[in-house]
Design a protein. Structure first.
Ligand code: LP5
Ligand code: MN
Length: 245
């Protein structure tokens, strides 16, 4: 029995080789998983489930649904770029949208899952932005606008975000150790799996005298036409990273 974890694929029509890596994964290794957890930023951005201009909306929903039909349970946790994925996409892709954070069990071990952006508490400007766009009222107002207006708005946010990031240090954009400790304390000292920071690592933490493992998932990337991804696999009682190409 395997359980798979992926995040930060940032899929877009502009990176077809990366989409192909994901499609090969869905048709291949993912079929060995009883459960697949997608921990956010599957897409580069998501303007709404009605964005049928985006071929990745329909194509990937069908391929995810085919995986689900084969017996793999698919869970999706929203990232900071695709938190507008909603019930319609979930129905078409046959996946379940998970609340953040979510506690699961891998054998006897409790493990907490989150995207990771909520842990970056030193990034005060981002947390203020996040608090605003994650309110149901804001999202309902946003989704009531025409698709073209939403895409225009998102393009502006992406530009502002890139400009803002250029002025932030790497430390500010990393997960805050106190925020991690507080989260693990609140949930009874489980393990932690998250993405977002694009700093894949295994951290061995001591939180109030409890040993906790924190796995940071790798982002998928396409550089000089070469695309690669990574899946964290739980099998035979332990976690390991498997490269995908
Ligand atoms: O994604 P990444 O890793 O590049 O950067 C993130 C933070 N940036 C974001 C923005 C997204 O990348 C782009 C938008 C995605 C589309 C979502 C749809 C939303 C539409 C609204 C729906 C209701 O998440 C970045 C972090 C970085 O992670 C590291 O953790 O630093 O945060 C920023 O750069 C934010 C800026 O500091 C402040 C906000 C600038 C945008 C202001 C827009 C004005 C509109 C106001 C609306 C509330
Ligand atoms: Mn992210």
């Amino acid at each position: 029995m395997q359980v798979h974890f992926i995040s930060d694929l940032h899929l877009t029509v502009d990176r077809p080789a990366l989409t192909a890596v994901f499609e090969r994964y869905l048709a291949g290794p993912a079929r060995n998983a009883e459960s697949l957890y997608i921990l956010g930023d599957l897409y580069e951005y998501w303007a709404g489930d009605d964005d049928q201009d985006d071929p990745l909306n329909g194509d990937l929903a069908r391929q995810l649904a085919a995986l689900a039909d084969g017996g793999t349970r698919i869970h999706f946790m929203p990232g900071n770029r695709d938190f507008l994925i909603g019930a319609d996409f979930a129905r078409r892709a046959r996946l379940e949208i998970l609340p953040e954070p979510s506690l699961i069990h891998l054998g006897p071990q409790a493990v907490l899952l989150c995207h990771g952006d909520s842990l970056c508490t030193d990034d005060v400007a981002y947390q203020a932005f996040r608090a605003q766009v994650r309110t149901p009222a804001y999202q309902a107002q946003f989704l009531s606008q025409p698709l073209a207006a939403r895409k225009h708005f998102i393009a502006g946010v992406r530009q502002k975000s890139e400009a803002a990031k250029a002025g932030k240090s790497a430390e500010i954009m990393d997960a805050n150790e106190e925020a991690i400790a507080a989260l693990l304390r609140e949930h009874g000292y489980p393990g932690l799996i998250h993405g977002h920071t694009h700093r894949p690592a295994l951290h061995h933490l001591d939180v109030d005298g409890h040993s906790c493992e924190r796995w940071v998932l790798a982002d998928w990337r396409e550089e000089a036409g070469k695309a690669s991804g990574e899946v964290l696999v739980w099998a035979d009682g332990s976690l390991s990273r498997q490269p995908l190409a």
